[in-house]
Ligand binder design. Structure first.
Ligand code: SF4
Length: 359
């Protein structure tokens, strides 16, 4: 059984995202004319505070993985700004990006697919060291052993190949590789989804332990809402390429603001059997619309149980409905005193997205 994570008070913003768009062009016809775009991430703004874990949740296809990859520039973004530790990387050239690589790393979902089967564990972990450092052979081996110790892999396995390990051990190799260059920020993209349930908690506990030890900041992308509740300080919810809600973990889980978050969380089983009996599941009707052709107005209006006329006409702004809690929904228009929009990178925005009152 996992223990609740102790409260943390992060201090500064490490990752600052403003108006991030990641569109994939659609080409059709003989001439491959550009006829539209899949709007995988559509004008998303948020901050990640140093030392915190931001849980990014949503159904598959909502754009959460694309968002994570765009943040560390595994994709060339369509527009917007991404600053990591004060450095703009959203539109940085390859030379600058290469310099920034050690700061930001990724742990992938499928450790089997993300590790080269022809390389030994030592080769895999030392790859980023060879690429970005001038360490001698002896120092490199020392570092490999340090990293293997940190992730709980026996040093004797350094010359073995990925297929000789279990799924959990392979994920540890992936984590060791991600840690090799002392990153500050790690995007964990569904890091436990491909693992047996019995192993999942071990990997999550390892990630938490490494976060404490090395002061890491995580974007933890997952569809496992129970696991996200355990590990995250704040929660961001995406639907159809947009961020619909962002706030501290417990308030979001206990009293979600956005109707989509409400529906999503109503599907999470309660560990307490008496509460589980009274849990009301909200079943959303209809399919998720295509991100190539999202509905007019609020992109959730085709499925929302609380839809109003205005929702089909005007897109709701993503703004602060309660201190530290952001939502994109017309239900909160009246109550909301905040006039700042969700994008633009003004000073007011910066303050808004830096709500650090976690837990
Ligand atoms: Fe539902 Fe309207 Fe809010 Fe969208 S804006 S989530 S359709 S109530």
């Amino acid at each position: 059984m996992l223990d609740a994570k102790p409260a943390a008070k992060p201090v500064k913003t490490l990752v600052e995202v403003r108006g991030l768009k990641m569109y994939f062009p659609i080409h059709t016809g003989l001439l491959r004319a550009h006829t539209g775009d899949v709007k995988a991430v559509d004008d998303v703004s948020f901050d990640i505070l140093e030392g915190e874990t931001l849980g990014l949740v949503g159904e598959s296809g909502c754009g959460k993985s694309t968002c994570g990859r765009a943040l560390i520039r595994l994709y060339d973004i369509t527009s917007g700004s991404v600053k990591i530790d004060g450095t703009e990387i959203g539109h940085a050239d390859q030379t600058r990006l290469r310099k920034m690589r050690p700061t930001m790393q990724m742990v992938f979902q499928d450790p089997q697919a993300s590790l080269n089967p022809r390389m030994t564990v030592a080769d895999i972990i030392s790859e980023p060291l060879s690429e970005h450092t001038t360490l001698s052979k002896t120092d490199k081996l020392k570092r490999i052993y340090e990293l293997m110790d940190a992730v709980g892999l026996n040093r004797r396995f350094a010359n073995r190949y990925p297929h000789e390990f279990s799924g959990g051990q392979r994920q540890r190799i992936g984590i060791a590789r991600a840690l090799a260059l002392n990153p500050k920020f790690i995007v964990c993209d569904e890091p436990i989804a491909a693992l047996d349930v019995s192993i999942q908690a071990q990997v999550v506990n390892l990630l938490e332990q490494l976060q404490d030890e090395f002061g890491l900041t995580y974007l933890f992308i997952s569809h496992d809402l129970s696991m996200v509740r355990h590990i995250a300080d704040r929660i961001a919810v995406m639907y159809l390429g947009k961020m619909v809600e962002l706030g501290p973990r417990d308030p979001v889980y206990d009293s979600p603001l956005h109707p989509y978050t409400e529906a999503l969380l109503s599907a999470v089983p309660e560990p307490d059997p008496s509460l589980e009996k009274t849990r009301e599941r909200i079943i959303l009707k209809g399919d998720v619309p295509s991100p190539a052709n999202p509905p007019k107005g609020c992109n959730f209006c085709t499925r929302c149980p609380k839809v109003m006329d205005i929702c089909r006409q005007i897109e709701p702004e993503f703004r602060e409905a309660e201190p530290g809690r952001f939502v994109a929904c017309h239900l909160y228009d009246q109550n909301n005193k905040t006039t700042a929009g969700a994008t633009g990178g003004t000073e007011a925005d910066n303050e808004h997205f830096q709500q650090g009152e976690t837990k």
